[in-house]
Design a protein around this ligand. Structure first.
Ligand SMILES: [Zn+2]
Length: 285
């Protein structure tokens, strides 16, 4: 396990008003009293933690689901995308010769959809095992296996960069978002999704992979917005899905069984479901 340290400054807003908090299952963390960001205070997340997401050793991970998506893609069949990826593809159009980088591309599922809509795609993942699978289904793409800080692309390369379900895992979200901004051309779009700490279902999740050392940053709307603004980006939209039912692999039947509970939580309690998605723009020069 990585060495713990007590960061005195919030990674998202830069404020120093932090207080201790206990995270399940008994991890010590910190909470920013200004923007609400919560973190586990790990100095460095080990490569072994990331690689464990890509084998069958950990019941909490969805590796079998990823392999199924991979088989579907190889067979030329489309599989459903999460709502935030569909919203991105509807909103950000790849007119002309536009390039997109998917940071944390995993086995390349989202890259396939980008390629089909006309983007020139590049993908980066810390897992070489995942990148090798992605290469099979997006053969014309560029890839980098490793960390963003070691990636080969120069500044001002991409018209869009996406970071889906990754920012909660990394050692330094501000460094990642800042580097993503540098890779964008002026006016380019950075889109991020992450579990929503404002959602009760996320705060009470029992799967080990929702907690340290797998997830080490816990964002809500204000902290995610603060992070992007601190990196010099202009936030253009912040969305949460109304109900926590839109995980693509959750059988549809459960939606209807759970409907009364979801309505109560989503409408009465005002807690959205599951994920936050934010879009931002690099200022034009
Ligand atoms: Zn903060």
């Amino acid at each position: 396990m990585s060495e713990e340290h007590q960061q005195a400054v919030c990674n998202a807003c830069g404020n120093g008003h932090v207080e201790p908090i206990t995270l399940p299952p008994g991890n010590q963390g910190q909470r920013c009293r200004t923007c609400g960001l919560i973190w586990a205070g790990l100095q460095e997340v080990s490569r072994e933690v990331y690689e464990s997401a890509y084998d069958d050793s950990h019941k909490g991970f969805k590796w079998k689901g990823r392999l199924k998506l991979h088989r579907e893609a190889k067979a030329g069949r489309d599989s459903p995308l999460p709502w935030f990826q569909r919203a991105f593809l509807r909103t950000v159009r790849p007119a002309g010769n536009k390039r997109i980088l998917d940071i944390g591309c995993s086995t390349g599922h989202f890259m396939v959809a980008c390629s089909q809509t006309g983007w020139h795609v590049a993908g980066l993942d810390i897992s070489c095992r995942a990148v090798d699978l992605a290469k099979q289904i997006v053969p014309n793409a560029e890839f980098h296996c490793g960390r963003l800080s070691d990636a080969p692309w120069p500044e001002n390369t991409f018209q869009a960069v996406t970071i889906w379900e990754v920012i909660e895992h990394v050692s330094d979200p501000l460094a990642m978002v800042t580097r993503a901004g540098e890779l964008l051309t002026p006016g380019g779009i950075l889109a991020i999704s992450t579990p929503d700490w404002g959602c009760w279902a996320v705060r009470s999740h029992t799967a080990p992979n929702y907690w340290p050392p797998y997830h080490v940053w816990f964002f809500s709307g204000p902290s995610l917005q603060a992070l992007l603004e601190r990196a010099g980006l202009e936030v253009t939209s912040l969305r949460r899905n109304p109900f926590a039912w839109s995980e693509t692999l959750w059988p549809k039947l459960k939606r209807y069984v759970a409907l009364p509970w979801l309505l109560w939580r989503g409408v009465v309690r005002g807690e959205g479901g599951g994920r936050l998605a934010i879009m931002s723009r690099k200022p034009a020069a």
